[in-house]
Design a protein around this ligand. Structure first.
Ligand SMILES: *Cc1c(COP(=O)(O)O)cnc(C)c1O
Length: 399
């Protein structure tokens, strides 16, 4: 591991994202394999839309959960079958709906009455029937970070039960639409079964009531959000989660069950490799200035997220507390704060772990920093998955 990381840094430079395909496959198989009835694991592409990572899951037979036309293109190029792609998002444009319909996606997760109208219009124009699943907002607290809670009545996502019923009735009578499923997604980095059990119960209840009103569904989708361990969180066992879901839908064996995990599948599979540029001290702090920044991994700056930091080849000597910071002109530009680190020299390598989800995907060119390169390691072989951006990439498209 140590030797491989040093070799990759020499070959491709830093900052560098390194992904392990085996970890992605293990996570997928653990979740998919836990189901005892027809089920589809739809990878939420927004967690890491790199083709190398996404295609590992496409080859496993996974579905995809997309939130934009850009992700539709990426999903298809990565090899996901359109019939396994669900199109989420609170603000799909008519152009995006058109692309999704032409591609033949499994369903549009519709989030408002006006969106349902727009989808029907687009489908009518194309002479197609749009597969519809309504996103329910069950008003459940996922007990996670406020920025990643999505299933409360004060969040912009989904529609409440009463309105969902009305939308289904309307959709069932519109020949341009085909009612196919029911979806919800209550948040991210969830580490307790209770909110899932509540959300599944709400979805199951509404599905049963729709069936009683002559509107049967093909699938029930409880969204993503499975948490992982960054520091000391106790993550959900995928088998326990599946057991809970299957119990909630035991009375409706005809429903295919969908889940939409992103982070769970890819977070542990990725790390961000960075080199020490400089060391400095103030009267209050020891700083390690590295060549990766909030532009490469924004989670610490955005959510005050904690990622483990590993020194690739630690030197002997006493560990002292240090802040690992990047070159960007913001005090919020840090990767880790107050960590016990051994003595470091310029050029030493650090690996920021558990960075496979919402890492590169959220990266930016702020401060005119070209984005990092990405490498995929698979079965002892490594290959460049995305080349490092150049200064020309920074100005491409400027007129
Ligand atoms: C972000 C998102 C997901 C995935 O969330 P994770 O926490 O990464 O599992 C799933 N479904 C929808 C609709 C999303 O917006």
């Amino acid at each position: 591991m140590k030797g491989l990381l040093a070799a990759l840094a020499r070959r491709y430079g830093t900052p560098l994202y390194v992904y392990d395909a085996a970890v992605v496959r293990d996570r997928y198989r653990a979740l998919q394999g836990a189901f005892t009835r027809p089920a589809l694991v739809c990878y939420a592409l927004k967690a890491n839309s790199s083709r190398a990572v996404a295609s590992v899951l496409a080859r496993e037979g996974a579905g995809a959960d997309i939130v934009s036309g850009g992700e539709l293109g990426r999903a298809l190029r990565a090899g996901f079958r359109p019939s396994r792609v669900v199109f989420s998002g609170v603000g799909k444009t008519e152009a995006e709906m058109t692309a999704g319909l032409r591609a033949g996606v499994k369903a549009f997760n519709v989030e408002s009455s006006e969106e349902l109208d727009a989808l029907a219009r687009v489908a009518g124009r194309l002479g197609k029937r749009a597969p519809v699943s309504i996103r329910l907002n069950p008003d459940i607290n996922a007990k996670t970070h406020p920025h990643i809670t999505t299933g409360r009545a004060e969040n912009k996502f989904g529609v409440e039960t009463g309105e969902a019923l009305a939308l289904y009735r309307r959709a069932a009578q519109d020949r341009r639409l085909r009612v196919t499923g029911l979806q919800c997604h209550i948040g991210s980095q969830i580490t307790s079964l209770t909110p899932y059990a509540r959300a599944a119960a709400a979805v199951a209840r509404l599905a049963a009531s729709l069936k009683a009103q002559g509107i049967p569904l093909d699938f029930a989708d409880v969204g993503g959000g499975l948490g992982i361990t960054y520091k000391d969180e106790r993550p959900l066992d995928p088998r326990a989660l599946v057991k809970t879901l299957e119990a909630a839908f035991a009375g409706q064996p005809e429903l295919e069950l969908l889940v939409e995990p992103g982070r769970y599948l890819v977070a542990d599979a990725g790390l961000l490799l960075t080199a020490v540029l400089y060391r400095k001290r103030t009267s209050k702090r020891r700083f390690v200035i590295v060549d990766a920044a909030m532009t490469d991994l924004p989670r610490p700056a955005l959510y005050d997220a904690w990622h483990p930091v590993m020194v690739v080849a630690p030197r002997k000597g006493k560990k002292t507390m240090a802040d690992v910071v990047g070159p960007v002109c913001e005090s919020g530009d840090f990767l880790a704060r107050q960590r016990p680190l051994p003595p470091l020299e310029r050029g030493d390598l650090l690996a920021v772990l558990k960075a496979g989800a919402y890492g590169f995907a959220m990266s930016s060119q702020y401060n005119s920093r070209p984005r990092a390169a990405e490498v995929l390691v698979d079965g002892g072989k490594s290959r460049l998955a995305r080349r490092r951006e150049t200064y020309r990439d920074l100005t491409r498209g400027e007129l």
